[in-house]
Design a protein around this ligand. Structure first.
Ligand SMILES: Cc1ncc(COP(=O)(O)O)c(C=O)c1O
Length: 158
């Protein structure tokens, strides 16, 4: 929850929709500002490129440690939609033949539309029921006999 002055409507407010956007933590802003002072293409082998590459890899390592992942599992994308597309099509490319994916009807459109495309490519897409609080109906989950499947769900909602 964040208290703020909504400049659009010019009054104080309390922002509750953290599933869609969150205010930037001042510590993150400070690091981002520092990064914007760096100029260089991290894929180039000139001095500025190598400095940018080093900074990028440091960031990747810090994020990986923070979420207990390997640094080669951290992929930077330019948006949430791009990350969702990468996850959906990445999983489908990894598996050699179409399988089953379980999801919910309330995922972001970048997930739902990607899954629709997989549906046309012979993937079985199963949509679990959602209760009045927007949570997965666990009885529906138990009722379905999933053997091997991938699951796309925005976990922050659970
Ligand atoms: C779960 C989820 N995925 C994707 C997006 C889209 O992110 P972007 O606008 O960065 O593409 C949002 C934005 O609200 C989101 O909540």
């Amino acid at each position: 929850m964040s208290r703020f002055i909504d400049k659009t409507v010019g009054r104080r407010g309390v922002y509750l929709d953290y599933a869609a956007a969150t205010p930037l933590d001042p510590r993150v802003r400070k690091e981002m500002n520092k990064a914007t002072e760096l100029f260089g293409n991290p894929s180039s082998f000139n001095d500025s490129g190598m400095v940018a590459r080093r900074r990028m890899e440091e960031s990747r390592n810090i994020i990986a440690r923070f979420i207990n992942a390997r640094s080669d599992e951290i992929v930077f994308t330019s948006s949430g939609s791009e990350a969702n597309n990468l996850a959906v099509f990445g999983v489908s490319d990894l598996l050699l033949k179409p399988g089953e994916i379980i999801t919910t009807p309330i995922e972001h459109s970048s997930v739902l539309k990607s899954l629709q495309i997989l549906g046309k490519r012979s993937w079985k897409i199963t949509y679990l029921k959602i209760d009045g609080d927007g949570l997965v109906d666990l009885r529906d989950l138990e009722k379905n006999k999933f053997r091997s499947c991938a699951c796309f769900h925005n976990l922050c909602q659970q």
